[in-house]
Each structure stands twice: as structure tokens, then as C-alpha cells.
Write a protein that binds this ligand. Structure first.
Ligand code: HEC
Length: 255
């Protein structure tokens, strides 16, 4: 019996350090806000798709995404045609940009990247922080800079919704300097009231947009996650009796 317990402890000791390792990815760089997203929330994905098609495809492409794929987020072919398809495009077309790559480089000093897989390379929290991270900076050609992407070439396309932010340096609880954004002028989706910023409505739209970018990076994930829950439930049902009998076996000698 003693041996069995020793084995069990040895096995646990091997597994536990992995379980307890915290995510290291965000250390060092600017602090990222947690993106409140859910790829099973089709209404959020639909709102995100609308924002994306209306605001991003003028500069960016999403060439791995086709318009008819939006049926995966609960839109009908008719809805896609009426609300999202640009003039002259067909439902089976890829999401291509209106301008040429060179124009982008000439106008902004950098080519706007294809956004199909941006959520995979950058992560949802980065995108959510980036989209809400633009602030006024008169030293930049566009007049804007970004808290998580210093000297970004992209202009702040949501300035009318968000209003104006400025970057302030403050001391945090441990006495370290920290850069934080402060709303200095309300937009159509934010409000400044007695010095307090209300940004919930704008944040929600950026969460919807981030949700859509995540979906686009892995369109099959929505279905796979649903299958995953079923598999986990099945495994749970299967494992429960196994674990139960194992417990009985271990404790048999003790009682
Ligand atoms: C007016 C043109 C323009 C529009 C419209 C635009 N972008 Fe950009 N975007 C750019 C440019 C230019 C860059 C490259 C910036 C650089 O490398 O400095 C960029 C870069 C990015 C990046 C990359 C950031 C990184 O870390 O590499 C993301 C993400 C992004 N844009 C998202 C969006 C989304 C989402 C929309 C729609 C809501 C959008 N952009 C609309 C011009 C645009």
C-alpha cells in the first residue's frame, strides 16, 4: 500500500508544475486588457462582422475569408448579400481590399497587413487593447499613436465613436511608472461626466469586433468547441466509474 501511495505522489508531482505554470506571454510588453469575447455568441459575431466589413476592408484584406462563410455565424445568404457584400462582389468572393498594397505603403508608411489570421498571431487580448489603444500624439503624421503599438501607421478610424484619449504617466501601487490612457473628450459612444469616463458602449463594439477577428482566424473553432463539450461530457461519464473503482482499490487495505 505504501508503495502505491508513493507512486501516486510521484505521478502528481510530475503533473502539478505544469498545471501551476502561469501564462508568461504578457510579461514585459505593455499591459493588455482581457478581451471579453465568446465565439459561441452569434449575435456578437454578427455585429463584429458588420463593423469589420464597413470599417476595415477599405485598407485591409482578409483573403482567407469568403463572404459566404458568414453563414457559419448565423447569417442567411440574403442577409449577407443585402447588408455586407460590397457593390459588384459575389457571395463566394474573398474579402479583398479596395486599394492596392503600394497605395497603403505610400499613404501610411506601412502596408496594412491581411487580417485573416491576425488573431492567431497577436491574440484576442492584444487586439482588444490595440483597437481601444489609440491616443492623440501631435508628433505622429496621422496625429495618433497607440498604447500597445508605438508609432503605428494606422490612423484612429474610430475617433468619432471613441472621442479623444491622451497617454498619461502615473505611479502605480508599487511605485513604478505606468502609462495609462485617459479620455479627455467624449465621442458618440463614450461620455465624460464630472471627470469620469463612461466607455462601456464603445468597449462592447470593440469586443464584438475582436470576437469576429478571432472567429475569422479559426472559423472551424465555433463548431469544434461545440463538439469539444460533447466529447468532454462523454469522457467525464466514462472516467467517473474508473476513478471511483480506483479509489476503492486504494483504500481497500486501509479500512
Ligand atoms: C485607413 C486605412 C486603415 C483602416 C481603415 C484600418 N487599418 Fe488597420 N492598419 C492600417 C495600417 C497602415 C497598418 C500598419 C501599421 C504599421 O505597421 O505601422 C494597420 C495595422 C493593423 C493591425 C496590426 C497591428 C499589429 O500589431 O501588427 C491590426 C490588428 C489592424 N490594423 C486592425 C484593423 C481593423 C480591425 C480595422 C477595422 C476596424 C482596421 N485595421 C482599419 C491601416 C488601416
Amino acid at each position: 500500500m505504501k508503495n502505491k501511495i508513493r507512486h501516486l505522489i510521484a505521478a502528481l508531482a510530475m503533473v502539478l508544475p505544469f498545471a501551476a505554470t502561469p501564462a508568461l506571454a504578457s510579461e514585459g510588453g505593455p499591459k493588455l486588457d482581457k478581451a471579453p469575447i465568446d465565439i459561441q455568441d452569434t449575435e456578437s459575431l454578427q455585429r463584429g462582422a458588420q463593423i469589420f466589413v464597413n470599417n476595415c476592408l477599405s485598407c485591409h484584406s482578409a483573403s482567407m475569408m469568403r463572404y459566404n462563410r458568414l453563414q457559419d455565424i448565423g447569417l442567411s445568404e440574403e442577409q449577407i448579400k443585402q447588408n455586407l457584400l460590397p457593390e459588384g462582389a459575389k457571395i463566394g468572393d474573398q474579402m479583398n481590399i479596395a486599394m492596392s498594397k503600394n497605395d497603403g505603403k505610400n499613404w501610411f508608411g506601412a502596408t496594412p497587413p491581411d487580417l485573416s489570421l491576425i488573431a492567431r498571431s497577436r491574440g484576442a487580448d492584444y487586439l482588444y487593447s490595440y483597437l481601444r489603444g489609440f491616443y492623440r500624439d501631435p508628433t505622429r503624421p496621422t496625429g495618433w499613436n497607440n498604447r500597445v503599438f508605438d508609432k503605428v501607421g494606422m490612423p484612429n478610424i474610430f475617433w468619432e465613436w471613441q472621442g479623444d484619449q491622451e497617454l498619461k504617466t502615473v505611479k502605480n501601487a508599487e511605485g513604478h511608472e505606468e502609462h495609462v490612457l485617459e479620455l479627455v473628450k467624449g465621442g458618440t459612444l463614450t461620455k465624460l461626466e464630472n471627470g469620469k469616463a463612461h466607455t462601456a458602449e464603445f468597449d462592447k463594439r470593440m469586443a464584438d469586433l475582436t470576437n469576429f477577428l478571432v472567429f475569422m482566424g479559426e472559423p472551424a473553432a465555433v463548431k469544434r468547441q461545440q463538439i469539444g463539450y460533447v466529447v468532454l461530457m462523454f469522457l467525464g461519464l466514462l472516467l467517473f466509474p474508473l476513478v471511483y473503482f480506483l479509489k476503492k482499490e486504494y483504500w481497500r487495505d486501509v479500512h
